[in-house]
Ligand binder design. Structure first.
Ligand SMILES: Nc1ncnc2c1ncn2[C@@H]1O[C@H](COP(=O)(O)OP(=O)(O)OP(=O)(O)O)[C@@H](O)[C@H]1O
Ligand SMILES: [Mg+2]
Length: 276
């Protein structure tokens, strides 16, 4: 079964100027346990795809399926929303969007765990475990989001998303604000979770090093249309669309390495294990 499937999806926002579609006949799929990169210039429709998958926006046309369930706008009813949350979670570039500013990070994660039926007595321990996975400790667990650094807050948002135990995780520029070493730790965590739990990913990012490190396939989006789709390695090495060539030339490549390549500086940070 596919984790995510979009078939001929279009989206026109009601308030859109000039009636231009934000998405036009977009089809893509992510297999269970696979990882897809979504690349494209600002305004190309990447976040719109994420919002449709989350049920935050209805598609204007086409079909959206997550783990066999058809998605059409916001799930109706509390139970349907909780079930949908377990299918798919997102971490946005701005972690303020996913963290309650008045709740200590550890408490927020405990709440999420309890909502998704972890016993009260086990919730604190599990929350600390999740925070430890993203490199945060008890001090951060007791802090309000506003008391943390941007990178710490982002990691807290990732831990909270993982607390739900989702099958699919969307990362919308979610590691962009982290230092390279923390980014490496978090990316390794994603790769580990993929292997251990069969989690599937949609990685929205401008960072080609990230795309190369954590995705199997990639899609290039331009003005709401898919202009290129294929195995990440090939797409980056031999892009076929002139737009992709232009895009690849315009983005700093960062640390262009594959997951299983031998370690050389400066990519050493990307290969540190999180499971030690
Ligand atoms: N709520 C909205 N109402 C009207 N138009 C919108 C809305 N949200 C997005 N758009 C428009 O839809 C298009 C796609 O936006 P989207 O946010 O999906 O782009 P993106 O690829 O995520 O860009 P970025 O890289 O800057 O985050 C843009 O033209 C944008 O202005
Ligand atoms: Mg966006």
């Amino acid at each position: 079964m596919k984790a995510i499937e979009l078939i001929g999806v279009s989206k026109v926002y009601p308030q859109a100027t000039g009636g231009r579609a934000a998405l036009d006949d977009v089809s893509l799929a992510v297999e269970q346990g696979a990882s897809l990169g979504l690349i494209g210039e600002s305004g190309s429709g990447k976040t719109t795809i994420a919002k449709i998958l989350l049920g935050l926006e209805p598609a204007s046309g086409g079909e959206v399926v997550i783990a066999g369930h058809r998605i059409d706008g916001r799930p109706r009813g509390r139970r349907a929303r909780i079930e949908h949350a377990r299918r798919i979670q997102i971490v946005f570039q701005d972690p303020y969007l996913s963290l309650n500013p008045r709740l200590a990070v550890g408490d927020a994660i405990e709440r999420t765990l309890r909502l998704h039926s972890v016993e009260r007595s086990g919730a604190r321990r599990r929350a600390l475990e999740l925070l430890a996975q993203v490199g945060l400790g008890e001090r951060e667990a007791d802090a309000l989001p506003g008391m943390l650094s941007g990178g710490q807050r982002q990691r807290a948002a990732i831990a909270r998303a993982l607390a739900v135990g989702p099958r699919v995780l969307i990362l919308d520029e979610a590691v962009a604000a982290l230092d390279v070493s923390v980014q490496a730790q978090v990316l390794n965590l994603f790769n580990d979770l993929r292997e251990a739990e069969g989690l599937s990913y949609l990685f929205i990012t401008h960072n080609l090093a990230v795309v190369q490190y954590v995705t199997d396939d990639a899609v290039v989006l331009r003005q709401g249309r898919v202009v290129e789709h294929g195995p990440t390695r090939e797409l980056l090495a031999r892009p076929t669309s002139p737009y992709t060539v232009e895009l690849l030339d315009s983005i700093p490549r960062g640390i262009p390495r594959r997951r299983h390549d031998p370690v050389v500086a400066p990519a050493a940070a990307l290969t540190e294990s999180t499971s030690s």
